[in-house]
Every structure is written in structure tokens, then in C-alpha cells.
Design a protein around this ligand. Sequence first.
Ligand SMILES: Cc1cc2nc3c(=O)[nH]c(=O)nc-3n(C[C@H](O)[C@H](O)[C@H](O)COP(=O)(O)OP(=O)(O)OC[C@H]3O[C@@H](n4cnc5c(N)ncnc54)[C@H](O)[C@@H]3O)c2cc1C
Ligand code: FES
Ligand code: FES
Length: 491
Amino acid sequence: MTQVTNTVRFVLDGKIVEAQGVRRTTTVLDYLREQLHRTGTKEGCAEGDCGACVIMVGELNAAGTGIDYVPVNSCIQLLPTLDGKSVKTVESLKKSDGSLHPVQQAMVACHGSQCGFCTPGIVMSLVNLVQLKPKPARNEITDALSGNLCRCTGYRPIIDATEKACEPGTGLKLDDSADLPLLVEIRRATTPTLSLEGDIIVQPVVRTRKGNEFVSPATVAEVADYLVKHPSATLLAGSTEIGLQVNKQFTRPEHIVYLGNVTALKQVQDQGKHWRIGAVVPLSQIESLVAQAYPDFAEVLRRFGSPPIRSTATLAGNIANGSPIGDTMPCLMALSATLLLRRGDKTRTVPLDKFYTGQKQTVLQPGEFIEAIDLPKPQGSQVFKAHKISKRFEQDISATCAAIRYELKDGKLKNVQLAYNGLAPSPCRAPLLEAVLEGKAPADVQAQDLDAAVAKSFTARDGLRATWAYRALVARNLVLEFIEEHTSEVA
Ligand SMILES: Cc1cc2nc3c(=O)[nH]c(=O)nc-3n(C[C@H](O)[C@H](O)[C@H](O)COP(=O)(O)OP(=O)(O)OC[C@H]3O[C@@H](n4cnc5c(N)ncnc54)[C@H](O)[C@@H]3O)c2cc1C
Ligand code: FES
Ligand code: FES
């Protein structure tokens, strides 16, 4: 186990790449294209939307015996996050005899490519899919492609190509046997470095001459210590917000603290009545976690961005970013999620519905961060419903997203918790609407009472994605649907 300061080390096709003297905000895409001349990976939008830049990023599995891959939008990932990981680009697919991967061969055979600009990204999304699902269902193929835009070919030949590639005996698995020992060799340290006095020293991956740093700690203690010493440092989790700020607003944070190597923050703990979800558990994992308990929450997550976004984006990043149209917060608020916040060695818990103090304003103190999210498990006869309204079904931002939790006792709605995004400066509960519902039989709930509560609760404002009249109508109708849907399910 070695660690080289100012050098980002990652494995690429059976070789260790040592990237020296890179900036802390160099993107993976720029490095691949400009330094390694891997120009198969394209830049379309530089904001995670088009999928032309999709590559596969691998990490050693927990046992250290294999490599787990995820699809990633390389345009919004910062190069130093690759330290200790492995990468596959479209060039990696060519076999030693020069033949193509079955997905590429099928794309040719099924005429799945015209101008070809989107094709490497599409191929990488599909190759990633078939590593885990050698026989994907049609909906799994379309989901895998939901973050890849193709302007000219149309998706039917691409879906046909995927099905053809998955015919028996085509050899879909990538051979990464040469990468595995190298990944073990460059594995990052898992314990903090301590000075002779016992103080934590966080080794930067990158440090500039001006003293700006990209650090990638291994433990919560190191993160906490670093943030107390550098309270204005920028936390980096999945990079699906920060990457945009770097590319589109040319933000250059002085100190960046990457959380993706902190093992404890990557874990979900079963704590009896709730799950404790670490701050860098990716949304794709949470989608599986809640699939049985809260299918509507899983569906909101399935429609969140696209697979390459969900493979890195986190709940904590969504919450801390505090966008008024952040999608996970209505579900989490309706379910009474709480946040475990840490500053130094002190922790406190804050209910998510008390976390925001205004638009993008939170109760977080300087040097404090979200360590975990506690998500209660379903209790008794509790009903949970959620739905996201957006112009496009996939890869789109909400006009509004609503979530409700209630019980039906003696035919009456009890313990109602309702939350929205898109209606106020931050995602929030709707106590006046909850009061309209509380104690009533679903059939007795009047639309005009809900309308009046919406009007009293929120300031009317038209937005880019929807007029206020539309949002207010949707806010009311979703509630009616949530209570009617369940009543007809149990009838
Ligand atoms: C193409 C695309 C599609 C998207 N689709 C959706 C969508 O459908 N719905 C939606 O709601 N959002 C969407 N987003 C926005 C974004 O993906 C989410 O907000 C995501 O959850 C951010 O998480 P992250 O881990 O990537 O955050 P990062 O970009 O790493 O960080 C975001 C912010 O949170 C802070 N932060 C991160 N972790 C912590 C922590 N532990 N404690 C305190 N602060 C922290 C960072 O400093 C930063 O200010 C989309 C973004 C893109 C680019
Ligand atoms: S270039 Fe469009 S998603 Fe990366
Ligand atoms: S083949 Fe031209 S954009 Fe897809």
C-alpha cells in the first residue's frame, strides 16, 4: 500500500497511470482526451445530461477479489477522485485480436449508429449493464440508456442491438484480470496518518504551489478534523452538482474534501427501526434498499437523473445542496428522516424538516457536515405514496414532487405527513394540508379545502418549469390520488 502525494494513480487496461501536476478541478474527461488521447470518449454537454462521455469506473470489491464497475459521466467527475480506482473507456473494449465487444458488433449489425457521436457513450452504458445483467429485460435496457441522448439513429435499433449482444455465448464479461493486482497495489490507505504527537495529518492527493488542496481521507475522523481546520473547504461526494459548478460557473474551490474513500460513509447500517445511510452511499444503492419497503420512493429514485448520475450522486449531496426542486427530500420528510450532523468529535441529530432555514440555507454550522441519514423503516399499517411530475418521464427535473405517509385507522386518515418540492424556497412539509386530511375519511376530503390550504401555505410564483396555477393544481391532485389510490387498493 503506497501513497504518492501530488500524483493521481489509477489503473487503465492493465497499466497504472500516474497523473502528475494535475489541477484539483481537472475533469476525468479532459484528462482522458487531452493527456491520454482517448478521444473515443466524447464531450457533448459537459453537464451530465447527454451521456456522450460515459465511461466505467471500477473499485476493488469488499473482499478485494474482484472489481465492481459503475457507469460515470466523466465530464463532471474530477480526476483526483480516480486515485486508487480503475477505468474502462470505449478503447478498452478492443480485444488483443482486434475484434470488437459483442455490444459493438451488434450495434454494427443492427444499424445502431449513424453519425456515431453518441455511440461510445451508449456502448459504455450497455457494456456496464451486461456486466451484471447478461440477459437484461427490455425495461432494464431502456433504463440503462436513459442518460444517453441520440439525435439521429433512434433507440429501437440500439435496443435491438443490446438484445442481440445478449444472445447466449457472446462473451460479454470484460477481462480485467490484469487490472486486479494493480488495483490492490495502488489501494489507498484505510487508516489516518498520525504525527508523532498523535495529530491527524490528511495527505493531499493534489496540492498546488499556492497551498490549495484536494484531499481524499479514509476515515470520518480525518474528514471532521480537516473541516474544523478548513471550515470553508468544499465537500465533494458524487460530484453531480460540484462538477457542473466547475464546468459551467468556472468555480475553483480552494480546498476540496472528497468523501468517496471514507469506508464508513459508504455503508448502510440496519439499526432496528431505521437504516443509517452513510453520506456517500450512491442513490443507485438506496433505490435497491427501499425497493420493497417504499416502492414509490424507489420509483422517484429510478427517475432521478440517469444511471451514471445515480451511480455517484448521494442523498447527502441532494440534501446539502438544498435545491427547491431536490427530489429526495419530499420522500425523506414524509418518512420523518433525520440527519446525523458532525463537527469535530461532536454530533447532533436534526429532523430533515427542520434543516432548511431559507433558499439553499441550512442549519449547518461552519465545519459541520452530514455524516448519515436515518431513514425509518415502515411501521404497522403505514401507507407511503410519492410521485414526481416532470415534463419528460426520465432524466428531467421536477415541476413538483410530492410524498405522503399516513395510517388508515377505523377508516380515517391518521398521523399524516405530507411534503413537496417545487412549491417553496426549499422542499418542505405542508402542515395546513396535513391538517385538512387528519382525522377525515378519504371520501370526505374536499378538493376546495386542499386548494385553500395550498393557497395559504405557499407564495404563488411562476417558474421556468411550470406556472403556479399548474403547480397548485398538481399539489392538490396528487393528494387526492394518494388517498384514493390506496382506498381503491384495499377495497
Ligand atoms: C444530469 C443531472 C441530472 C440530475 N437529476 C436530478 C434529479 O432528477 N433530481 C434531483 O433532485 N437532482 C438532480 N440532479 C442534481 C444532483 O444530481 C443531486 O442534487 C445529487 O443528489 C447531488 O449529490 P452529489 O453527491 O453528486 O453532490 P455533490 O455534487 O458532490 O455535492 C453537492 C453539494 O452538497 C455538498 N455536500 C456533499 N456531501 C455533503 C455532506 N456529507 N455534508 C454536507 N455537505 C455535503 C457539497 O459540498 C455541495 O455543495 C441532477 C444533476 C445532473 C447533473
Ligand atoms: S458530456 Fe454530456 S454527459 Fe458528459
Ligand atoms: S448516432 Fe448520431 S447522435 Fe446518435
